[in-house]
Design a protein around this ligand. Structure first.
Ligand code: SAH
Ligand code: SF4
Length: 377
């Protein structure tokens, strides 16, 4: 099997080059070609000695997941579906292909790429379309960084829709908010984050890369030590009673432990803040009382809030909040001194909004079958 160079960070590539008897600076050159120039064909790496290029052609490859389709929304949001290989799970159908989704959101001053970390998700938050699909497997480093590689290099040749100019590096920010729980795929995600931050690759600053977690407390501590990028925590409820219901991982890591983990995280990332994401579900977690409880809960954490109106999907059982409920909720938090952003829904005409990423998942957890039986009974 050829070595996929997208699976390696610079340290890994240098070590692998060492095994080939090649010097570290050669690894750096190839790393630049791959990540900065987006070149996958070794023949095009013109400043590399021909003998090395031939060696690489025999023993290595640069292989991102295959693009199944790319759609562009009316507002410029772009969504890709990547093919990440066959089946597994209860699906006996050998022709089944798993798919993951990636979304690019262009704004005036930045371009944000929303990246997936797993095929599906095992955590079963009740309002999340990815959670509904079940879980198949973790993505490899190549599949995670491959999403950025494809986006960066396919977008940079496209003219901007308003200015007509092409951007050198269209992706300025990455959020790990696509399919999956990034901290449940810890090692691969951390290696991919390292490549995103590396000046020899994408050179994104630590604060422009965000990991979003539903609250895997031990992994939050490990992330703080290994790679303290910006952290978003999916809170969604101000009490254990409610959060146990809608974010089931809360039964394992309840709010008191989660808040303590947030405070510890900020010790490693001074001058930062935690972004608390809060999906507003009509009649479930969107009353003034909930907002006041949130203030109490987060009193000792340096934080801001990101309110996300629930994005519906078929048979979700939830409804979007009313505009006035969102406004009142926001004002209560703002009056208490919090910075609050309300996430604009982008790309919902192509199902690219938060929580709508469904991809194609051959469930291995048995959960989807169980639900179908329950619904049939
Ligand atoms: N697993 C991670 C990251 C992926 S989800 C996490 O849960 O944080 C990214 C964000 O979208 C999370 O805050 C998640 O709770 C939110 N989300 C999930 N389903 C949603 C929906 N139907 N509408 C709006 N936001 C949703
Ligand atoms: Fe998984 Fe996040 Fe969806 Fe919860 S919200 S099921 S953790 S992807």
């Amino acid at each position: 099997m050829p070595q996929n160079l997208l699976d390696l960070d610079l340290a890994g590539l240098t070590a692998w080059f060492g095994e080939l008897g090649e010097k570290p600076f050669r690894a750096r050159q190839v790393f630049h070609w791959v990540h900065q120039s987006g070149v996958a064909d070794f023949a095009q790496m013109t400043d590399i000695a021909k003998s090395l290029r031939e060696k690489l052609q025999q023993q290595a490859e640069v292989k991102a997941p295959v693009v199944n389709y790319a759609h562009t929304s009316a507002d410029g949001t772009r969504k890709w579906l990547f093919d990440v290989g066959p089946g597994g799970g209860a699906a006996s159908d050998q022709t089944w292909r798993n798919g993951i989704e990636t979304v690019f959101i262009p704004e005036d001053d930045r371009g944000t790429l929303c990246v997936s970390s797993q095929v599906g998700c095992a955590l079963e938050c009740t309002f999340c379309s990815t959670g509904r699909q079940g879980f198949n497997r973790n993505l490899t480093v190549a599949e995670i960084i491959g999403q950025l590689w494809v986006a960066q290099h396919s977008l940079k040749t496209e003219p901007n829709r308003t200015t007509g100019e092409t951007a050198g590096r269209p992706v300025s920010n990455v959020v790990m908010m696509g399919m999956g729980e990034p901290l449940a795929n810890f090692e691969n995600v951390v290696t991919a984050l390292g490549i995103m931050l590396d000046d020899h690759a994408y050179g994104l600053s630590r604060r422009r890369v965000t990991v979003s977690t539903s609250g895997l407390v031990p992994a939050m501590d490990r992330l703080a030590e290994r790679c303290p990028v910006a952290l978003a925590v999916s809170l969604h409820a101000p009490s254990d009673a409610l959060r146990d219901q809608i974010v089931p991982i809360n039964r394992k890591y309840p709010l008191r432990e989660l808040m303590a983990a947030c405070r510890r995280y900020l010790v490693h990332a001074p001058r930062d803040f935690i972004t608390f994401e809060y999906v507003m579900l009509a009649g479930v977690n969107d009353t003034p009382g909930h907002a006041r409880q949130l203030i109490e809960l987060t009193r000792e954490v340096s934080c801001k809030f990101n309110l996300i109106p629930f994005n519906p999907f078929p048979d979700s059982g939830y409804e979007k909040p009313r505009a006035d409920a969102m406004r009142v909720f926001r004002e209560i938090l703002q009056d208490a001194g919090y910075v609050v952003t309300t996430r604009k829904t982008r790309g919902d005409d192509i199902d690219a909004a938060c929580g709508q990423l469904a991809g194609k998942v051959a469930d291995k957890s048995g959960r989807v079958m169980k639900r179908m039986h329950k619904e049939a009974a």
